[in-house]
Write a protein that binds this ligand. Structure first.
Ligand code: GLA
Length: 347
């Protein structure tokens, strides 16, 4: 790193040969190699060749995003009567934790083995005032890979002061590896009857709108590209899907629930996402423009990968009607997301 920090990589390989690579910059997943129906292992996430790429050019490829994933309107929020002011790094709003959010920080890390798998635990302290956020936050994220091709992601945090807190994992998936230049042929299921429409700056209006009868209805498996070019105002604003879904889930918070399923018909690979979180941001790589070159020399064009960011709703600190995202002293934050990879039977 420019300041002299050394970035370490951890390779986790399970009994099937599925391989996950994590680096200590941004707790970033740089590679996740999973076998297809033909037994060939492909990298199912978009990754870069070096630290410099992640520092200088990455649109959050594979990193952990925080303190607050997604947007906070105008970088302003009020917590316990005090107004918080954050960097407006995605004008006119704050995005993904600011100019040097969690994705740009180097973590301490150690290998871990539990009954649920083998992996790595990465941790750091986000000091009071970092990127304008109040309170010292002690944060850890743990990745575990088991022998059934499950990636278990746990986030833990405590804070010395009330602060917005909403981490997520920002991997861009392409289950066909380099064999497909985009994900428009992937079939997607999202377990949600409603989503949060946005204004022209991608801030939720506050409405929880039904997906029924709209291009946002993924309640049954549908090709990502089937309606992405439809003349719908929300698709026009975001140049594709870049929206938070209100997941259908049990009322009790903290319970894991099925959120999404992605399937690539070409290779047969499937990904099922379960999470404890109330929301899932579907982002179809609308801003990728071919200028970014991946580790294998491949250029990432528009829709080269898609994100399934399990999280709370965008701008929740300014929407008291949304599930709360304020981490207060004395509370311990924990959320869990599980990626289950598998193979669909040949059609
Ligand atoms: C999130 C946002 C998108 C975009 C990507 C990163 O998915 O919702 O608007 O900023 O991050 O490029």
């Amino acid at each position: 790193m420019p300041g002299g920090d050394v970035v370490f990589a951890y390779d986790i390989v399970n009994a099937r040969g599925t391989a996950l690579t994590v680096i200590t910059l941004g707790a970033t997943i740089t590679s996740l190699r999973v076998a297809g129906r033909d037994g060939v292992r492909d990298d199912v996430v978009l990754g870069l060749a070096d630290v410099e790429g992640y520092l200088e050019r990455s649109p959050y490829l594979g990193c952990v995003v925080g303190r607050y994933a997604n947007r906070i309107a105008r970088g302003q929020f009020i917590v316990e009567g005090a107004t918080g002011t954050l960097a407006v790094n995605d004008p006119p709003n704050h995005l993904h934790g600011g100019v040097r959010g969690f994705d740009k920080r180097v973590y301490d890390a150690r290998a871990v083995t539990t009954g649920e798998g083998r992996g790595v635990r990465l941790s750091r302290t986000s000091p009071d005032g970092e990127e304008g956020y109040p309170g010292d936050v002690h944060f850890a994220v743990r990745y575990l890979l088991d022998d059934d091709d499950r990636v278990v992601i746990d986030y833990y945090a405590t804070s010395s002061g009330a602060t917005p807190f909403n981490p997520t994992q920002h991997s861009y998936f392409n289950l066909a590896g380099a064999r497909h230049s985009d994900v428009l042929g992937h079939e997607l299921l999202v377990v949600a009857d409603r989503y949060t429409p946005v204004d022209a700056t991608l801030i939720p209006t506050g409405e929880l709108a039904p997906v029924a009868g709209t291009p946002f209805d993924f309640r049954s498996p549908t090709p990502v590209g089937a309606r992405i070019a439809d003349a719908h105002p929300q698709l026009a604003i975001a140049r594709g899907y870049d929206h938070n879904y209100v997941l259908d889930r049990p009322a009790r918070p903290g319970v894991l629930a099925h959120a999404a399923r992605l399937h690539d018909p070409l290779t047969g690979r499937t990904l099922d996402v379960h999470t404890t979180e109330p929301g899932l941001q579907l982002y179809t790589g609308n801003f990728l423009d071919g200028s970014l070159v991946g580790r294998d020399g491949r250029r990432f064009g528009r829709h080269a990968g898609l994100c399934l960011e399990t999280q709370h709703f965008p701008d929740s600190p300014n929407h008291p009607e949304f599930p709360e995202t304020i981490l207060r002293p004395g509370r311990s934050f924990h959320s869990r997301t599980i990626w289950q990879f598998g193979l669909a039977r040949a059609p």
